[in-house]
Design a protein around this ligand. Structure first.
Ligand code: HEM
Length: 459
C-alpha cells in the first residue's frame, strides 16, 4: 500500500499546556480553512495519521469534520487511551459518528454501566453458544459459497456482504424469511452509511435522513418480536440477549435488547465482510499462501465428519489464522477508535484539553515502521513464531481494540471469517489478473471501490 505525502499548511499547538503542569502542547496542523483535513481523512485512510506521526510524533492534532481531533498512534499512546486509567476518555467520542443510529449499543456505554452490560452480554458469548452460532453460520456458508459463478469476473465484496448479512440475520436474529429481512437489512445499511455523512442533519433523500429512518425500522422490528423471543427456546443471539442473566440475576430490559441487537448486527457484519474480502484479496494475490491454506483446510476436512466446520476445526487452520491477522493489519476493518476527553487529559506528556475528540488510529498504527518490518508488505509470518511482531507490545495489534472495550465478538468474528474462507478454498482457486490492484474506498469503513472482481475456478 502506498502512503501519499500530504503537503503541510503550518504547524500549530492545539492548546497551551497549563503553566506548571510539566506537560507539552499537542502539535499538529489544522489544514485548509473551513474543511481542515476532512477530505484527506476520508479519502486517504491511514495516510493522514501516518504523515502526522512522522512529523509530530504519536500524539498530534488536525481539524477534521469541523472539530479539533487528536490523532493517537503507536502502542504506548494507544495504551494510555484504551486502558483509560483515570476514566478521562469517554466512549462519547463515538456519539458524534454513530450515536443517533446506534445509541446505547455496548460500545457507546461508559464506566459502571458499560461494565454491567458487558458482564450480562458476555453470557451470550460463551464457548458453547459460539459453537452453536458457528454451526448455524457454517450451514449458510456451505450452502451459498459453492453456488458462486466460475470462470468470469465475479464481484467478491457484494457477494460476501450478502452472505455475512444472511449469516447475521439467521444467527443473530433467528430469522430466515427473506421478504421480512430485506427491509431490515436495508435499514442496517442505511444506519451504517449515515455515520460518516457530511450533511449531519436530516434532509430527505440524504444519508443522515435515511439512517434515522433505518433506526426506526430496526427499533420497531426488534421490539415487536421481544415477547416471542423471551418465550422461545431459540439458539440465536437475539434469544440469548432476551434470556441471559448474571449469577446475581441481572438481565437486559426490552430497551437494552433492542439497542444491543441494533449495535451488534452492525458491529458483526460489516467488520467480518471487510476482513473476509481483504483476506481473499491477499490469498488471490499470493498463490503460495492460497495453496498452503487450502492444504490445511483439506487436512481438516479429512479428519472430520462431513458438514459445516466446527469451532475446533477453525482453530486448526493455523496458516489461515496468520493470513487473517495480516489482512486485518493491512486493511483494518475498524480503522480508528473514537473517544472524547471529558476532563483535561494527558497522553505521553502532551496536554489534551477537556472536550477534545481523540482518535486512536489503529490502521495507521499497524503500518508504523518501528514496529512492523517492511510494514506495507503482505507477510503473514510476522504473526508466527519466532517473529511474533504483534507480541512486541500488548497494544501493537489493535484490530480488535484493547482495554475494557476490546471486541466482545472477536472469537466469533474470527471463526466466521475462517469458515467462509475455508469453504472458498475447498471449492475454488481464487484468481485476480496480474495487473489488477484493488483500491480501498475509505469514506466509511474500508471497502473495495470496484467491488473486487475475482475469477473463481472450480477445483
Ligand atoms: C473481524 C471482525 C471484527 C472486527 C475487526 C471488530 C473490531 C472491533 C473493535 C476494534 C472494537 C473496539 C472499538 C472501541 O474500542 O472503540 C470492537 C468492539 C465491539 N465489537 Fe467487534 N469486531 C469484529 C467482529 C465483531 C462481532 C462478530 C461482534 C458480535 C457478534 C462484535 C461486537 C462488538 C461489540 C459489542 C463491541 C463493543 C465492546 C465494548 O464496548 O465492550 N464485533 N470490535
Amino acid at each position: 500500500m502506498r502512503v501519499p505525502s500530504l503537503r503541510g499548511t503550518g504547524e500549530r499547538a492545539l492548546a497551551d499546556a497549563p503553566p506548571g503542569s510539566g506537560l507539552a502542547a499537542v502539535l499538529g496542523e489544522p489544514g485548509l480553512p473551513v474543511v481542515g483535513k476532512t477530505l484527506a481523512f476520508m479519502r486517504q485512510g491511514p495516510a493522514l495519521s501516518l504523515e502526522h506521526y512522522r512529523r509530530f510524533g504519536p500524539v498530534s492534532w488536525a481539524n477534521v469534520f469541523g472539530m479539533r481531533m487528536v490523532l493517537v498512534l503507536g502502542p504506548d499512546a494507544a495504551q494510555v487511551v484504551l486502558v483509560n486509567k483515570d476514566k478521562v476518555f469517554s466512549q462519547s467520542g463515538w456519539e458524534w459518528f454513530i450515536g443517533p443510529f446506534f445509541k446505547r449499543g455496548l460500545m457507546l456505554l461508559d464506566g459502571d454501566e458499560h461494565h454491567l452490560h458487558r458482564r450480562i452480554m458476555q453470557e451470550a458469548f460463551t464457548r458453547p453458544r459460539l459453537e452453536s452460532y458457528l454451526l448455524q453460520a457454517g450451514a449458510i456458508v456451505d450452502e451459498q459459497v459453492p453456488t458462486w459463478p466460475t470462470g468470469i469476473p465475479f464481484l467478491l465484496y457484494p457477494a460476501v456482504k450478502e452472505l455475512s448479512l444472511d449469516v447475521a440475520t439467521a444467527v443473530f436474529m433467528g430469522s430466515g424469511q427473506t421478504g421480512e429481512t430485506e427491509e431490515v437489512q436495508k435499514a442496517f445499511v442505511d444506519c451504517v452509511r449515515a455515520g460518516l455523512s457530511l450533511v449531519r442533519f436530516p434532509v430527505p433523500g440524504l444519508r443522515w435522513h435515511r439512517g434515522l429512518k433505518g433506526r426506526r425500522v430496526l427499533e420497531d422490528y426488534f421490539r415487536e418480536r421481544i415477547p416471542t423471543k423471551r418465550a422461545s427456546a431459540d439458539e440465536d443471539l437475539f434469544a440469548a440477549l432476551c434470556h441471559v442473566e448474571t449469577d446475581e440475576g441481572q438481565s437486559f430490559s426490552d430497551d437494552d435488547v433492542v439497542n444491543h441487537m441494533i449495535f451488534l448486527m452492525m458491529a458483526a457484519h460489516d467488520t467480518s465482510t471487510i476482513t473476509a474480502t481483504a483476506a481473499c484479496w491477499f490469498l488471490a494475490r499470493n498463490p503460495e499462501w492460497q495453496e498452503r491454506c487450502r492444504e490445511e483446510s483439506q487436512a481438516v476436512v479429512d479428519m472430520a465428519a462431513a458438514g459445516p466446520i466446527d469451532l475446533p476445526g477453525t482453530e486448526k487452520l493455523e496458516s489461515l489464522d496468520l493470513v487473517f491477522s495480516e489482512a486485518m493489519r493491512l486493511v483494518t476493518p475498524v480503522p480508528g477508535m473514537a473517544r472524547r476527553a471529558v476532563r483535561d487529559a494527558e497522553i505521553l506528556g502532551r496536554h489534551v484539553p477537556a472536550g477534545t475528540m481523540v482518535l486512536v488510529s489503529s490502521w495507521a498504527s499497524h503500518l508504523i515502521p518501528e514496529l512492523w518490518a517492511d510494514a506495507e508488505t503482505f507477510d503473514p509470518t510476522r504473526f508466527d513464531e519466532p517473529r511474533r511482531e504483534d507480541r512486541q507490545h500488548r497494544f501493537a495489534n489493535l484490530a480488535f481494540g484493547g482495554g475494557v472495550h476490546k471486541c466482545i465478538g472477536m472469537h466469533f468474528g474470527r471463526a466466521e471469517v475462517k469458515a467462509i474462507l475455508h469453504r472458498l478454498l475447498l471449492t475454488y482457486r481464487i484468481e485476480v489478473p496480474a495487473d489488477y490492484e484493488v483500491r480501498w474506498d475509505m469514506t466509511s469503513l474500508p471497502t473495495p471501490a470496484d467491488g473486487l472482481p475475482v475469477v473463481l475456478h472450480r477445483l
